[in-house]
Design a protein around this ligand. Sequence first.
Ligand SMILES: Nc1nc2c(ncn2[C@@H]2O[C@H](COP(=O)(O)OP(=O)(O)O)[C@@H](O)[C@H]2O)c(=O)[nH]1
Ligand SMILES: [Mg+2]
Length: 453
Amino acid sequence: MRTAVTDTIAAIATPPGRGAVGMVRVSGPLVPRICESLAGKLPPPRTAALRSFRDAAGARIDQGLLLYFPAPNSYTGEDVLELQGHGGPVVLSLLLRAACAAGARPARPGEFSERAFLNGCLDLAQAEAVADLIDASSRSAVRAALHSLQGEFSNRVQGLLDELIAVRADLEAALDFADEDVPWITPQTLHDRTAGLVEITADLIREAAQGRRLREGMTVAIAGQPNVGKSTLLNRLAGAEAAIVSPHAGTTRDLLREHIVVDGLPLTIIDTAGLRETSDPVEQEGVRRAWAALEKAELILFLADDRNGLTETDAALLARLPPEIETLLLFNKCDLSGGAPSRDKDAQGRIRLRLSAAGGQGIDQLAAEIKRAAGFSAADAEGLFTARARHLDALHRAQASLRLARAHGARNTSPELIAEELRLAQQALDEITGRFSSEDLLGRIFSSFCIGK
Ligand SMILES: Nc1nc2c(ncn2[C@@H]2O[C@H](COP(=O)(O)OP(=O)(O)O)[C@@H](O)[C@H]2O)c(=O)[nH]1
Ligand SMILES: [Mg+2]
């Protein structure tokens, strides 16, 4: 926690460009002095006052509303001043310059939120949710970011930590008083409680993974031989004529990317050139790019023509796809084959769907499978919170330690080993809320924020 008084920072908090209103925000101990210099004496706390804003030489810059939030009841936990003027870039930069002439310095990106974190107004996961809310690309993402900002994710992590700390305390007590023959915690209880912790962590990981999808989306690549209907499928999913569709094989050469949202899940769909041997150098380059895109995708939609089923060429292409990436087998043009839309699995357990990209039959089922592959269920989208790769990484490390603790317990190994794994699990969880964090991590997180936030 920060104890020393810091310097005073200022920034234009509204986006660059022209707007009806613009805001300069100032935070730190010099707020009273800066207010005096720019806009006269401090107004009553949290009450809007109409003032003239002046530069260091006393010349009027603008007229607008002034708001004062005394510490600690402000966003940063410090004295905060907000000057709401007219939203012109020159007006706002003159105001910022006047604030700096009176003793402030320009804020770094995310520095207001960093101060809020350091002063204990927000934990790290909440501060990150501020940025997520600003960057949210869909309604569900907004709602989830707000849940995280209000502390729902942090509270879940804290609940897990509370139980973990309780187990550690009982175990440490048992270790300290081992000679006194007091049954502080039986091996069975210890095992049951660590097993319980593993379960809670697994639930949290599942929900956090969904929250991460909401924030970061998923990349889905469409692959297959020429003419099977890849571009038609892209257009169908995007609801627009994005890609050229033609009966002429080899039409698509460049990668085409469309950003769409399916029930709140943001997706980047990539249409690729049909995979085949060709002597045309431009098409060859398209095929090379197609393979490169498939390597990087998080889900592959492999299309085949339902009239032919899976041909030998299809099977050979499928065998070349990266095995670690989930692939859905789509049998397209079911309107021509006469087959009804359907879903089943092949011998390797891959999901097979029969559909028509042109007619739209079976597309709902495809959307449902894409959501499933993303670990996304609209059913609990209401209670979702946003999460980041960093959070998932910490949860996975905590889970690995808890599993080891459980395994040690089952094998009756020394309790010291269990205690050590529990300690590591706690340390990983503390990274999420920032109770245990390095300067380096903080720098990385806050530098990705906008200026003035
Ligand atoms: N009848 C029918 N035709 C389709 C369907 N999907 C695509 N096509 C047609 O198949 C041809 C090739 O489609 P296109 O999307 O360009 O295939 P791509 O080469 O895989 O991108 C075009 O004439 C499309 O109109 C479908 O579901 N039903
Ligand atoms: Mg195409």
